[in-house]
Write a protein that binds this ligand. Structure first.
Ligand code: PLP
Ligand code: LYS
Length: 415
């Protein structure tokens, strides 16, 4: 459920007409709903009830300061993968003590900054990383809190590009090697083992891969305990899917119930790192139809948003719903590919969509809150879109549209 609904045929974002926002801020435009965002966070937070837990929103899904600050106010933790994301979280008012740091290639300067501000945990993905972190922490006279990101080798049953928990993926430490690596970490004086972590993929629509992964983590934890290595938390990563068309992903309540059933009375705090499930359906991308191109073989709607604004359809062949902003307009309906102006055959937002549109009309791509703006680029020297957050009748411009000249601000002509 989201707060983007039709009222008398006109699409609204909470209490504001989408057409009004497009007129005021131009297109392409990302529109977020604060009510949806906050509701999604609260549903996750409430699902774990009184069991100790921390929801660490995965910043990569949407790192806008408006989004981060709204979540920080609700007490969210954050899953980051770079010092850039860390600085965003801090600027948004997030608590460093609720930050977990994932990623296979953390640089030394990133480790230094994270240790300085006192993050909650480094999710370490290799022995080489542990050695580097040990050296950095020793130099600073600190102890770095760590979890090992283990790779439980379960099939997440999602798109191969967004599946991360298989042996052949670059992520994590093979679960068969985890005991040995934990023992080595335990012997490093400037590391403090606090947990275990996994993340098996994104846009998961079934529960079983999560529960299979948890079973494997619990078996590992039992062996660690037997060796005198005690953990405080289990981080299950993110990955719960959303409904783009007819998917039926597990509800956070079902997910939490399945996790808590396995933990029974075990004392571990649960961390989760949802990104898409919190912000995906809290956002729309609005675009204007530039022109129609009708040919003998195919019809195209050429819009002013492109793969640089929203790359998911091009990159993963992801299907995202495209709807008219004004459903009252009477237009001839045709089957179209909805494409952008970029010079790539892969530049499309949707293929074979039956739409009634004319030049100048507005379309909205639904469920674009996650991995939309955060994956946007300036390809073809296109400025990135503006982002607005709607809150009831209020509208906050949470990021201005880039100016064309700002795109080459740091560049130099040769003498
Ligand atoms: C380590 C880690 N945690 C959390 C996430 C968030 O995933 P999702 O947006 O699917 O919940 C990702 C991205 O897949 C990730 O790589
Ligand atoms: N960017 C991907 C998800 C990958 C998540 C990163 N681990 C998507 O849009 O579906």
């Amino acid at each position: 459920m989201d707060h983007f609904e039709y009222r008398d045929g006109a699409l609204y974002a909470e209490d504001v007409a989408v057409a009004e926002l497009a007129a005021r801020f131009g297109t392409p435009l990302y529109i977020y709903s604060r009510a949806t965002l906050e509701r999604h966070f609260r549903v996750f937070d409430a699902a774990f009830g009184s069991h100790p837990h921390l929801v660490c929103y995965s910043v990569k899904a949407n790192s806008n300061l408006g989004v981060l600050s709204a979540l920080a106010r609700l007490g969210s933790g954050f899953d980051i993968v770079s010092v850039g994301e860390l600085e965003r979280v801090l600027a948004a008012g997030g608590e460093p003590g609720k930050v977990v740091f994932s990623g296979v290639g953390k640089r030394e300067d990133e480790m230094v900054r994270a240790l300085d501000v006192g993050i909650r945990c480094f999710n370490a993905e290799s022995e080489a990383e542990l050695e580097r972190l040990q050296a950095v922490a020793a130099r600073l006279g600190k102890r770095a809190p760590i979890s090992l990101r283990v790779n439980p080798d379960v099939d997440a049953k999602t798109h191969p590009y967004i599946s991360t928990g298989l042996k052949e993926n670059k992520f994590g430490i093979a679960i068969a090697d985890a005991l040995a690596v934990y023992s080595r970490a335990a012997a490093m004086p400037n590391l403090e083992i606090v947990g275990v972590d996994c993340h098996i993929g994104s846009q998961l629509t079934q529960l079983t891969p999560f529960t299979d992964a948890l079973d494997r983590l619990l078996a590992l934890i039992a062996r660690l305990e037997a060796q005198g290595i005690h953990l405080r938390h289990i981080d299950l990563g993110g990955g719960i899917g959303i409904r783009y068309s007819d998917e039926t992903p597990p509800h956070p309540d079902e997910y939490a119930a399945a996790v808590l059933a396995k933990l029974a009375e075990l004392p571990y705090e649960i961390c989760i790192e949802p990104g898409r499930a919190i912000v995906g359906n809290a956002g729309l991308l609005v675009t204007r139809v530039e022109l129609l191109k009708l040919t003998a073989d195919k019809n195209f709607v050429v819009v002013d948003a492109a793969m640089n604004d929203l790359i998911r359809p091009s990159l993963y062949s992801a299907w995202m719903d495209i709807v008219p902003v004004d459903a009252r307009l009477e237009r001839p309906r045709r089957c179209y590919d909805v494409v952008g102006p970029i010079c790539e055959t892969g530049d499309f937002l949707g293929k074979q969509r039956t739409l009634g549109v004319e030049a100048g009309d507005l379309l909205a791509v639904r469920s674009a809150g996650a991995y939309g703006f955060s994956m946007a680029s300036n390809y073809n020297s296109r400025p990135r879109a503006a982002e607005v957050m709607v809150d009831g009748e209020q509208v906050h411009l949470v990021r201005e549209r880039e100016s064309v000249t700002s795109l080459f601000a740091g560049e130099q002509r040769l003498p």
